[in-house]
Design a protein around this ligand. Structure first.
Ligand SMILES: [Zn+2]
Length: 212
């Protein structure tokens, strides 16, 4: 599996493109906001002859959903989210202007994905892990073949997601990290929603939020 990260919008959010040798492509947490960011993403897709098939979200905070409307319209592909995070998505339009993002256009999901389920597109298989605490319906996408996990705003290099937004809970967040992510193994590569990638073992040993 190939993976490319783009850092988009004022909140410096990581958008991930995944594709395989068939060129089937999945877009996770589309955060592109303005024309320039939309162009950066679509030019990459076109120059690599990728075939977008699916839009996914780890969770639906504004910085992770800004590009969904544009990409769904452009490529006519479905958006799938975890049902438990729908209220997070519905709330975005109420606070987008306050965040200085008046261009936000709401894109409702076309379908839902459940924890424990696997998503297959081309030869890419992603397992869905339920990791609440930062957002109530937060999920992570685990790609077993490359031992990598796209975790949204659950775990960062040297930090963890904030828990003071609606539906957030710090105890639950730490439990999600220790009980759902740690068992993936110390060598598992973590692709977070903000900042650089890391591995589980490094966070287990050095992340100040995960000390017992
Ligand atoms: Zn978030």
């Amino acid at each position: 599996m190939n993976i490319q990260v783009f850092t988009f919008n004022a909140l410096q959010e990581n958008t991930y493109l995944l594709w395989d040798e068939t060129k089937a492509c999945i877009i996770i947490d589309a955060g592109c906001y303005d024309k320039e960011e939309q162009m950066e993403l679509t030019s990459f897709i076109e120059s690599n002859q990728l075939k977008p098939k699916l839009l996914l979200n780890t969770h639906s905070h504004i910085d992770h959903v800004l590009g969904n409307y544009f990409l769904k319209s452009k490529y006519n592909i479905p958006l799938k989210i975890y049902k438990g995070d729908e209220s997070t998505l519905m709330a975005v339009k109420t606070y987008a202007p306050m965040y200085g993002m008046p261009l936000y256009q709401e894109q409702l999901p076309d379908g839902y994905i459940a924890a424990g389920e696997s998503i297959c597109e081309g030869n890419i298989v992603l397992e869905i892990l339920f990791v609440p605490g930062h957002a109530p319906g937060h999920i992570a996408f685990y790609h077993k073949a490359s031992n990598s996990c796209i975790v949204g705003d659950v775990l960062f290099a040297g930090s963890v997601g904030r828990a003071d937004l609606p539906g957030g809970n710090m105890g639950q967040l730490i439990t999600s990290i220790k009980e759902v992510l740690y068992p993936l193994g110390d060598d598992t590569i973590i692709f977070p929603g903000h900042g650089p990638k890391t591995i589980i073992g490094r966070e287990k040993n050095f992340n100040p939020f995960l000390r017992d």
